[in-house]
Design a protein around this ligand. Structure first.
Ligand SMILES: NC(=O)c1ccc[n+]([C@@H]2O[C@H](COP(=O)([O-])OP(=O)(O)OC[C@H]3O[C@@H](n4cnc5c(N)ncnc54)[C@H](O)[C@@H]3O)[C@@H](O)[C@H]2O)c1
Ligand SMILES: [Zn+2]
Length: 368
């Protein structure tokens, strides 16, 4: 990590010619020197949503040099608008403005905006530059890093997309001060996930600092974001297109996606479902004899301390779970593949869980 003036942390996602920096600090949105080095040419389009526009759009645009051609586009807020129709609006706006292949898109918002703008950039004139300015904790530690972009299809979440890396990721932690507490907790689920899969020391640090994290204390939150991005960047560098180790980032997600889909998207936030899903994965890992009872308890305690659920939803049967889990993208042929814990700080992908044991776990797991 190196220090750039006023930036608390700078990391790099090392992908050869497609390498890019993640700049983490306070007061970054609004600083003229933060975005300009990463612009491809004179044409810039900033895309955001109706919730974020009144908070940060003007400040961001004011920081861009006067001689640029700057356009803005404000989309509706919500996962239900993460669609090809909204991406088409971005493409239309770019074409109407006469933007060429040297234009730059800036995604100002959470994961929904980041994923859509990234995909718009990946396909516009076969690929133009884009910059991520993530404004939720989840997008700052997860979706803005790694180049997965895309939209939902009526038949499946994130089913249409592309790998397309940004030119830079600008994480201004001040934006978290306006983020609802529930969204902050949802982002903490992904932060905890990094500790579980790769770094027991980080997990212990999270346990010790959870109160400060939930208060968004700048030094502590910057440290958590940096350590999370470092782990994600490492994994992405190793396995950009998810042929292997990148699948570990799905800890808790096979259970979690089933919960989200069963409850109807938006009723449980993604991070909440992942919190419960990680608790289920820890429980299964314990029942397989991989982690101790004490480690299982410790896992549930850290999830709870972030104000995330560890129970499954009332009214969701084991068959409801299994039907959804069989659709998971990680599965190969008919075998269910799950990310489980070999220890706290070390995860693996396993297709060796006996179906009866999984069914028993799902039958007996506490509901609320
Ligand atoms: N590309 C990836 O690798 C990847 C990884 C994880 C998740 N995702 C995707 O990310 C999306 C979820 O992202 P998210 O959790 O950021 O949700 P989101 O983008 O819907 O943002 C959550 C809510 O917070 C609001 N918001 C955002 N920033 C704010 C701020 N600073 N102050 C106040 N309100 C603010 C948004 O308008 C929205 O209402 C999902 O679509 C998911 O599929 C992608
Ligand atoms: Zn996730």
């Amino acid at each position: 990590m190196t220090a750039v003036d006023g930036v608390q942390r700078t990391l790099e996602v090392a992908l050869g010619e497609r390498s890019y920096p993640i700049l983490i600090g306070t007061g970054l949105v609004g600083r003229p020197d933060m975005l300009t080095p990463y612009l491809a040419g004179q044409q810039v389009m900033v895309v955001t949503n109706e919730t974020i526009a009144p908070l940060y759009l003007e400040r961001l645009c004011d920081s861009l040099p006067d001689d640029l051609e700057v356009r803005t586009l404000v989309l509706p807020d919500g996962e239900q608008y993460k669609t090809i129709e909204q991406v088409e609006r971005i493409w239309s706006a770019l074409l109407e403005a006469g933007f060429n292949r040297r234009c730059t898109l800036i995604a100002l918002g959470g994961g929904v905006i980041g994923d859509m703008v990234g995909y718009a950039a990946a396909a516009y004139q076969r690929g133009v530059a884009f910059i991520q300015v993530p404004t939720t904790l989840l997008s700052q530690v997860d979706s803005s890093v790694g180049g997965k972009t895309g939209v939902n299809h009526p038949l499946g979440k994130n089913m249409i997309g592309a790998f397309w890396q940004p030119k830079a990721v600008l994480v201004d932690i001040d934006t978290l001060t306006t983020l609802p507490a529930r969204e902050l907790s949802a982002g903490l689920a992904e932060v905890i996930k990094y500790g579980f899969i790769r770094d027991e020391t980080f997990l212990a640090w999270l346990e010790a600092n959870m109160t400060a994290l939930r208060r968004v204390e700048p030094e502590v939150i910057a440290e958590a974001i940096a350590r999370s991005c470092l782990i994600k960047a490492d994994i992405v560098t190793e396995d950009e297109t998810e042929q292997g180790v990148r699948a570990l980032l799905n800890l808790g997600h096979t259970f979690g996606h089933a919960i989200e889909a069963h409850q109807g998207y938006g009723n449980w936030l993604h991070g909440e479902a992942v919190g419960a899903g990680m608790a289920m994965a820890a429980t299964l890992s314990h029942e397989l004899g991989w982690i101790s009872a004490a480690d299982r308890e410790r896992s549930l305690a850290v999830i709870k301390s972030a104000d995330l659920p560890v129970h499954a939803p009332a009214g969701m049967s084991s068959d409801d779970f299994l039907a959804r889990m069989r659709l998971d993208k990680k599965n190969i042929d008919t075998r269910l593949r799950l990310v489980l814990l070999e220890a706290l700080g070390s995860a693996c992908v396993s297709d060796a869980v006996p179906p009866d044991q999984l069914k028993t776990l799902l039958d007996q797991y506490p509901r609320r």
